[in-house]
Design a protein around this ligand. Structure first.
Ligand code: CP
Length: 319
C-alpha cells in the first residue's frame, strides 16, 4: 500500500497527515487559509474553538521535541480536545512492547488521534495502516523521511512575508542528507509553484538524487543564496551522522554558516528561517538568528495555527 492509499479515504478525503508529496495544491492552500483563520485565536481572551470537543489526542513522541510537541498540545487544547502526552522514557516499549502493541493499547482506551514522532522512517505510516479507520494519525517527524506540519508552518510563514510562491527563489542550506524537514519543504514548495528551489551544502550532506525532487544543488553558500528571497537554514544533525561528513565544526561554519556578511548576497528583503533547534555559531551566527531578517520565532508561533488547521482538516475529512 502506498502513501496515497493510506493518507486519503476512498472518497479522496485527507484522513491522515503523513507526508506532503501526494497532497494536491488546493488542499495545501486550504490548510494555509484555515490556519489564517486560527491566527486571531492567539489574540482572543478565550482561545477555544469547539471543533475537537469530546475527542482525545495522544502525543506519542519517541524523540525529543520542544516546538512540535508543545505547539501540537496547545493547538489541540485550543480546539477543545483532551490531550494526553506520553513520556517515551516511562512507556512499556522500554520493557519490550512493540510500537504497534503500544498503539493498540492506547487505541483501546478510545483515542481519536495520535501525533507521532519517531526515529524510524515510516513509523507514522505503519501506525496509520494499523489503526481503525476512524482514528487519525499525524506524522510529527519520522527519521529522515518527513516532517509535514513543519513544512506547512514554513509555507505559512513564507506566505505571510512574501505572498506569491511562483516568483520566489528559495535556498535550503545545510545538512539536507539527514533532514526530514528539507524533504517536506521541497515537496511543499514544488506543489505550491516555487520554480527556483536550491539546496546548498557540502557534497557529503546533499543526497545524490535531490534533483529528482525538483531542487538544484549548490556547493558554495555564496552562490546558493545569491539573490534569493528566502533562506531556510537547517540544523547540522551530528547525532545522525555516520563517519566524518564535515571537516570540522569551525570549517563548516566558515564555509556554510550564515553570517550577516554572506546574507548581503541575498535580496535586500530576504527572510531567514530555521526549524530549530538551532546551533548558534555552527550553522547560523547569532546576529543573523536574532537579526532583522529572521522570522524564526514567527515560525514557532505559526506552528500553533497550522497544527490546529491540520487537525481540524483531517477530523473533518477535507478533499
Ligand atoms: N522543528 C522541530 O521539529 O523542532 P522540535 O524538535 O523542537 O520539535
Amino acid at each position: 500500500m502506498n502513501f496515497t492509499d493510506i493518507q486519503f479515504d476512498n472518497k479522496g478525503r485527507l484522513r491522515h497527515f503523513l507526508t506532503i508529496e501526494d497532497i494536491p495544491r488546493d488542499t495545501l492552500i486550504q490548510i494555509l487559509d484555515t490556519a489564517e483563520s486560527f491566527i486571531s485565536f492567539g489574540q482572543r481572551e478565550i482561545r477555544k474553538a469547539p471543533l475537537l470537543r469530546g475527542k482525545t489526542v495522544v502525543n506519542l513522541f519517541f524523540e525529543p521535541s520542544t516546538r512540535t510537541r508543545t505547539t501540537f498540545e496547545i493547538a489541540a487544547k485550543r480546539l477543545s480536545a483532551d490531550v494526553i502526552n506520553l513520556d517515551a522514557k516511562r512507556m512499556s516499549t522500554i520493557k519490550g512492547e512493540t510500537l504497534l502493541d503500544t498503539v493498540s493499547t492506547i487505541e483501546a482506551m478510545k483515542t481519536d488521534m495520535f501525533v507521532v514522532r519517531d526515529a524510524a522512517s515510516g513509523s507514522a505510516f505503519l501506525i496509520a495502516q494499523h489503526v481503525s479507520p476512524e482514528v487519525r494519525i499525524i506524522n510529527a517527524g519520522d527519521g529522515r523521511h518527513a516532517h509535514p506540519t513543519q513544512a506547512m508552518l514554513d509555507m505559512f510563514t513564507i506566505r505571510q512575508y512574501k505572498k506569491e510562491f511562483a516568483d520566489l527563489s528559495v535556498a535550503i542550506v545545510g545538512d539536507i542528507l539527514h533532514s526530514r524537514v528539507a524533504r517536506s519543504q521541497i515537496h511543499a514548495l514544488k506543489i505550491l509553484g516555487v520554480k527556483d528551489i536550491r539546496v546548498v551544502g557540502p557534497k557529503t550532506l546533499i543526497p545524490t538524487a535531490i534533483e529528482k525532487l525538483g531542487a538544484s544543488s549548490y556547493h558554495r553558500l555564496e552562490t546558493g543564496i545569491e539573490n534569493v528571497d528566502v533562506v531556510m537554514m537547517l540544523r547540522l544533525q551530528l547525532e545522525r551522522m555516520e563517519g566524518q561528513l564535515i571537516p570540522s565544526e569551525q570549517e563548516y561554519f566558515h564555509l556554510y554558516g550564515l553570517t550577516e556578511e554572506k546574507l548581503k548576497l541575498a535580496k535586500d528583503d530576504v527572510i531567514v528561517m530555521h526549524p530549530g533547534p538551532m546551533n548558534r555559531g555552527l550553522e547560523i551566527a547569532s546576529s543573523v538568528a536574532d537579526g532583522e531578517h529572521s522570522v524564526i520565532l514567527a515560525q514557532v508561533t505559526n506552528g500553533i495555527a497550522i497544527r490546529m488547521s491540520v487537525m481540524a482538516t483531517i477530523m473533518g475529512g477535507s478533499r
